[in-house]
Design a protein around this ligand. Structure first.
Ligand code: ATP
Ligand code: MG
Length: 362
């Protein structure tokens, strides 16, 4: 799929602007603080329902306005879709897909599929486990609405169990909640384990390409043991039971998929803790590129790749390798300047200049 048009009104530093993108590499070029990331954020917002930079929708509305509006058009192999979002300072946001209002954000999943990569995302290797889980969950939610609803149910059940723990619930009440938590949680673990397995294979391949065969990357999903949902459920259930007294003391559930992690190894080194910055960055990039292939395989359609400020973090050789790898699908890239050697190497691209909330074709 590709984003053919974005329209923003009173969004961040944009008053009213329409941009038509092409189904290839698109550069958004401009000085700092002109609105490059803001435009990308608007696309991401219509993809997963929230900004990657803030959980507070109000911040997205232009300072001098009470309401922002964003519209994104995508073209797919056999169809075209339109997502509209209205953000109001004093009301919840409203979302419509092809003109029809949606009430559950789950319905938005998969309409505009994106893979977002920024210097912040480059930290997924070294950040805490919760960032790696978030990465995994956003990716899986975009591939499957069923996963989105599964995860929402799990989170609701978990918060209910935690509330009961704090309020001194009895064992027979907890037994009932544990059964629910195990049922939902073991399905999540099974899905994530399969995801990390497939992601790992593709990431290893990309990593070898990016490092010119110099290093080998290995991913692993750290969770309950077991291959089948039943085996995982058994392990999870035992864990909950074993931890129950501690859980009661802390008023918090210590085991389950909300504590899981993805392990990153280069050779025998756990690069989450011991990798160099370059190693962590390259591994993160390899994983993001793998995510694109996975989504493409699942949805039979390439997602849109959003690269915010990523080029400046790579040397020219890796920039060229990266852009050659992604030239077959739509990419939107923000940068402050483009190296002539880079444009020569990739050939086919579209360039847009961004200045003070205005976008012109360069
Ligand atoms: N709600 C808002 N209303 C008006 N302006 C805003 C709002 N939120 C952010 N801005 C402004 O938008 C401007 C552009 O931000 P953006 O993050 O898109 O810059 P950028 O072009 O990506 O710059 P950089 O190269 O530094 O990343 C900033 O000056 C910021 O103050
Ligand atoms: Mg920016």
């Amino acid at each position: 799929m590709f984003v053919s048009e974005v329209f923003v009104q009173n969004y961040r530093n944009y008053i009213k602007e329409k941009v038509s993108f092409e189904n290839k590499t698109n550069f958004l070029v401009g000085k700092n603080a002109q609105g490059k990331t803001n435009l990308m954020e608007a696309i991401y917002l219509c993809s997963v329902g929230r900004s990657a930079r803030t959980p507070r929708d109000r911040e997205l509305i232009n300072f001098d306005s009470d309401r922002a509006y964003v519209k994104v058009f995508v073209k797919k192999r056999f169809s075209a879709d339109r997502v509209e979002m209205t953000l109001d300072k004093s009301a919840n946001k409203r979302v419509a897909v092809n003109g029809l209002p949606i009430t559950r954000i789950g319905e938005l999943m998969g309409v505009v599929t994106t893979v977002f990569f920024s210097p912040d995302e480059m930290k997924i290797v070294k950040d805490g486990p919760s960032d790696r889980r978030r990465f995994m969950d956003i990716s899986l939610c975009q591939m499957s609405k069923a996963y989105f609803y599964l995860l929402s149910s799990y989170n609701k059940t978990l918060s209910q169990r935690n509330k009961l723990l704090k309020n001194g619930a009895t064992d027979d009440v907890l037994d009932v909640w544990d059964m629910q938590l195990v049922g939902l949680g073991s399905k999540i673990i099974k899905t994530r384990r399969g995801f990390v397995q497939r992601l790992g294979e593709k990431a290893a391949h990309n990593h070898s390409y990016l490092t010119d065969g110099g290093e080998s990357l290995k991913l692993g999903y750290e969770s309950e043991s077991g291959e089948t949902v039943e085996e995982i459920a058994l392990s999870f259930k035992e864990h909950l039971l074993k931890d129950r007294e501690k859980d009661k003391l802390m008023g918090y559930t210590r085991s389950g998929p909300h504590k899981d992690d993805i392990a990153f190894f280069v050779g025998d080194t756990d690069i989450r803790a011991f990798g160099s910055q370059g190693q962590q960055r390259t591994a993160a990039l390899a994983v993001k590129l793998a995510e694109i292939d996975l989504i493409a395989g699942e949805k039979e359609e390439y997602p849109v790749l959003l690269l915010d400020d990523v080029l400046s973090e790579l040397d020219l050789d890796r920039q060229i390798r990266l852009l050659n790898k992604i030239k077959d699908y739509q990419t939107i890239i923000t940068c402050t300047h483009i190296d002539d050697n880079l444009t020569k190497a990739i050939g086919n691209y579209a360039k847009f200049m961004v200045e003070n909330g205005k976008v012109t074709r360069g």
